[in-house]
Design a protein around this ligand. Structure first.
Ligand SMILES: Cc1cc2nc3c(=O)[nH]c(=O)nc-3n(C[C@H](O)[C@H](O)[C@H](O)COP(=O)(O)OP(=O)(O)OC[C@H]3O[C@@H](n4cnc5c(N)ncnc54)[C@H](O)[C@@H]3O)c2cc1C
Length: 339
């Protein structure tokens, strides 16, 4: 494994921001990874782990060591005639992993088709889409403790999964690196989830009444391709903000002024679609310099000209946060990791 100097990260982040790492290493196994971590420790360099670069915004060059995780491999262990444990190493591409599971007729991940990024990052923010989150099938993950260089295991409860959240974004952030993730999937009698979003409509269009897990995946892919910009063509990191959850009482007050506000009550809290709030503030499709809010989905910030700096994208997101706060009194939180 080579540690390279002044390495461009432009092709390694889906925003396509032109920044570089002072040092860069691509690791293919745990020994490489330990070596790279030791190198950083000896030289007192900050470490940044990189998967597919689809949930990160670099606002400046990175002055330490970027470690790109390229550990590969998938293994299976049948539990009984209905269930299988499937383990994938951190560097496996998420969508290719989902497609592998579908090719083996393993059910549970089909609604998460076409989410960019790698398997090793999926627990970080408990990736989710179309009524499913990885916590629904997650069993455990192996991590390397950066301090001790020992391998440890986290089960589902220990991961503290929440909406786009986990212990890896909080308490143990920067203390460990995820090496592999294990999911429990069905081998037959799959639970088909079509009630969320436009999946049912999409299947109706195709004349499919009794969808298979493969049909659900195709429907999800088709919907995503029609709604979300392809980062290969237009730099972006998907949803830039989380959907805010506010107390019921605050919601009732705001709703008096905006009765048409979409909302998803959950006990004493109410979730509001961030995209709607941003759109109401006039941001949908709006461009400032090299950056814009996407014309089909206000929640997605795009590198419109391909020449945006991370700082410009960050400042654009701050303008959105401020105008949503001014108009609705609701704070937006960035989903994307800022570096
Ligand atoms: C077009 C588009 C659509 C998207 N749609 C969705 C969606 O529907 N649902 C959803 O949840 N997300 C979505 N995302 C966001 C993104 O795909 C996910 O967050 C994904 O899990 C990021 O994976 P990555 O490997 O690219 O992470 P990276 O961007 O490489 O890393 C993200 C963060 O995790 C850290 N990290 C990376 N790997 C590890 C590891 N192995 N151990 C510890 N830390 C690590 C990094 O340091 C960084 O802080 C979308 C993004 C895009 C571009």
């Amino acid at each position: 494994m080579k540690i390279q100097e002044k390495y461009s990260l432009k092709n390694l982040n889906t925003f396509g921001v032109d920044v570089s790492a002072k040092y860069f290493a691509e690791v293919k196994d745990v020994d490489d990874l330990k070596y790279a971590i030791e190198f950083a420790k000896i030289n007192h360099f900050e470490i940044l782990f990189l998967g597919g670069g689809s949930n990160i915004l670099f606002t400046e060059d990175f002055g330490g060591l970027v470690i790109k995780l390229n550990l590969k491999g998938i293994s299976e262990e049948f539990l009984n005639e209905n269930e299988v444990l499937v383990t994938a190493k951190a560097g496996e591409n998420w969508h290719e992993f989902v497609q592998f599971c579908l090719s083996e007729n393993y059910g549970g991940l089909e609604n998460l088709s076409l989410i960019p990024g790698n398997v090793g990052t999926s627990p970080m923010q408990n990736i989710g889409a179309y009524g499913t989150e990885i916590k629904d099938t997650f069993v455990k993950c192996k991590v390397l403790n950066i301090q001790t260089l020992e391998i440890e295991e986290f089960n589902k409860e220990e991961c503290g999964f929440g909406y786009r959240d986990s212990i890896f974004k909080g308490e143990v952030r920067g203390k460990c690196v995820i090496l592999e993730v294990t999911f429990k999937l069905s081998t037959k009698n799959h639970q088909i989830k079509t009630e969320y979003g436009a999946i049912k409509n999409e299947l109706d269009k195709l004349g499919i009444e009794n969808p298979t897990i493969q049909d659900v995946s195709r429907a999800v892919i088709s919907i995503r391709q029609s709604k979300l910009p392809d980062p290969q063509i237009l730099g972006n990191a998907g949803s830039f903000f989380k959907n805010p959850t506010i107390p019921l009482q605050q919601f009732t007050e705001v709703q008096n002024s905006y009765p048409q506000m979409p909302n998803y009550p959950n006990g004493e809290m109410v979730k509001i679609p961030a995209g709607w709030l941003i759109e109401q503030c006039g941001w949908k499709g709006k461009q400032v310099g090299n950056v814009a809010s996407h014309e089909l989905q206000a929640l997605v910030i795009v590198n419109k000209t391909g020449n945006a700096t991370g700082k410009e994208i960050y400042d654009f997101s701050t303008m959105i946060i401020e105008s949503v706060k001014d108009k609705f009194g609701i704070g937006l939180e960035r989903e994307v990791n800022i570096v």
